[in-house]
Design a protein around this ligand. Sequence first.
Ligand code: 5GP
Ligand code: ZN
Length: 145
Amino acid sequence: MSCIFCAIVRGDAEASVVLDEGDFLAFMDIYPFLPGHVLIIPKRHAQYVHELEPAEQAGLFTAGARVAAAVRASPVPSGDVHFLVNDGPIANQTVPHVHLHVLPRTRGDLPKVFAALAKRPAVALLGQARRALLDEQAAAIAAAL
Ligand code: 5GP
Ligand code: ZN
């Protein structure tokens, strides 16, 4: 089975890692909706939240809460954050490996969110965020953990 997030866990695909601890990994989203967009995953492959063990479900959110606190404490612009899980393709899941989005919001950024949503279908054609920028944001958030 080919899963890009499993490839990241194995170290076979590049990622700007924020947190690598126990059963969980957090890294920057390569097509960020907004600056500082982080994904948290269980290292064990599962597509749906209900396929995770209860301890993994809890651990995912615990790791997400830590990352969100670090985002808030970091220089990455954030007022508040979205926690988001798209649990299956009908619910807009595009990578079939459970992931928790932590998406920093800043006051007045709604037009940027709508622009990102509008560009979403073409996002792979529009290009990935620059790795150097993602690495910089990952390091800034990691430093605030
Ligand atoms: P979903 O729509 O499944 O909830 O979100 C999947 C997320 O994974 C998207 O926001 C997308 O930008 C991100 N993504 C897709 N491929 C990669 C990748 O290779 N590396 C990283 N870091 N993020 C990815
Ligand atoms: Zn996977």
